[in-house]
Design a protein around this ligand. Structure first.
Ligand SMILES: Cc1ncc(COP(=O)(O)O)c(C=O)c1O
Length: 386
């Protein structure tokens, strides 16, 4: 058996896990119907409300990865024949669009191109042109292009048209201050393995009372048993003894990670991600590389970098694994082969990791003929950090 070399995870997720989370996950397995575990699920819901910035009763975590959150969000409210507007700025918006089509929805795509945000005016004009719209879907932090998609103004317009706002927060949650209630987002979901900082395996999700009402008023039953939001929510609230064999290992990891987020403070945590993202960008530019994401809409937790001419994407990523035991991400969708994606997420968002990845890239790129002054990237990042 090949030994796992404990990679340094500086890609788009999974991110490094705090040893206190790993320790919480090594407590003995207990039953999914044990009153002690069910009570802990209730405490975890409360912690999730804190990070989501919501009082929504229906707040829990799906047993699955980020896409199980996406499926839960969509499969519970979308019925065949419904009209849905999907904002597409990158790969994950495209996935949501595909899923809406599979659910039989009349799916209208609003896009200004890969890497570009959807503006309030775009959503307003799509709503004006589309009759009754069940929901508008937007990715709040599009991981494929490192783009922040503001939601608050759009939510106002969406509600003016009596539609629901659904948002993917897989990359955002735990790395930014999220205000689901204040922004008036009806359904938001995430994945545990990015800024929340646990291994993959749980997908936090929250439903507003308006979203719950939409589920209750469906004409047809929710077509998924496993992802039935109201049933999972009832199980988490201790009102339904069994829905599925929920893993105590996974959920104790999530609970510990959420406690650590609360202890750090949401503002501090958001600031930490912003500061380290900014330092990384200064170093990248000092090295003569360019950041691919749109200025003014960049994410602290995920930075896409344009791969310089003449440099082979996979060769550099393999060398990072072999020589530095470090993982970064490649591009997805339209940006496949064109960018590297560096994640500084959760426990991995540290000054040491910023300097480490800049130093490693500087070394590997200069070996491959890219002209840059050795030490310039780390010097620029250090200055940005000070
Ligand atoms: C924005 C976004 N949505 C959805 C997903 C899917 O999550 P998972 O791979 O955990 O299923 C990802 C994963 O990177 C993501 O970044």
């Amino acid at each position: 058996m090949v030994e796992n070399p404990a990679r340094l995870l500086l890609g788009p997720g999974p991110s490094p896990v705090d040893p206190r989370v790993t320790q919480a996950m090594s407590t003995p397995v207990i039953g999914h119907m044990d009153p002690m575990f069910v009570s802990d699920l209730g405490n975890t819901s409360e912690l999730l409300r804190h990070v989501f910035g919501t009082k929504n009763r229906a707040t829990f975590a799906v047993s699955g990865t980020g896409f199980s959150g996406m499926e839960t969000a969509l499969v519970n409210v979308i019925e065949p024949g419904d009209t849905v507007i999907v904002g597409v700025s990158g790969f994950f918006g495209v996935k949501a669009e595909e899923l809406c089509r599979r659910l039989g929805a009349e799916t209208i795509v609003v896009s200004n191109g890969f890497g570009l945000p959807v503006e309030t005016i775009d959503i307003r004009s799509a709503l004006e042109d589309s009759g009754d719209v069940k929901a508008v879907f937007l990715v709040s932090a599009e991981t494929s292009v490192g783009l922040r998609q503001p939601l608050q103004d759009i939510a106002e317009v969406v509600h003016e048209f009596d539609s629901l706002l659904i948002s993917d927060m897989v990359t955002l949650l735990g790395g930014a201050v999220v205000k689901v209630d204040e922004w008036e987002v009806d359904i938001a979901y995430s994945g545990s393995q990015k800024c929340i900082g646990t291994p993959p395996g749980s997908a936090p999700i929250t439903f507003s009372p308006r979203a719950v009402e939409a589920i209750e008023q469906r004409k047809s039953p929710v077509p998924s048993w496993y992802l039935n939001a109201l049933e999972i929510s009832a199980y988490w609230a201790g009102e339904l003894p069994y829905h599925h064999t929920c893993s105590s290992t996974v959920m104790y990891g999530l609970k510990k990670a959420l406690e650590l987020i609360k202890d750090e403070g949401l503002n501090n945590r958001a600031q930490r991600h912003e500061i380290h993202g900014a330092a990384l960008r200064s170093g990248v530019e000092a090295m003569g590389l360019s950041v691919a994401s749109l200025e003014g809409r960049r994410l602290g937790m995920l930075t896409p970098i344009n791969i310089p001419e003449g440099i082979d994407d996979k060769d550099v990523r393999s060398a990072l694994l072999e020589e530095y035991n470090t993982e970064i991400g490649g591009g997805l969708g339209d940006w496949a082969g064109k960018v590297w994606r560096i994640g500084l997420m959760g426990y991995g968002s540290t000054p040491a990791n910023v300097l480490h990845i800049l130093n490693a890239l500087e070394h590997l790129l200069s070996e491959r003929g890219h002209k840059c002054e050795r030490g310039s990237a780390t010097a620029a990042a250090t200055q940005s950090l000070s």
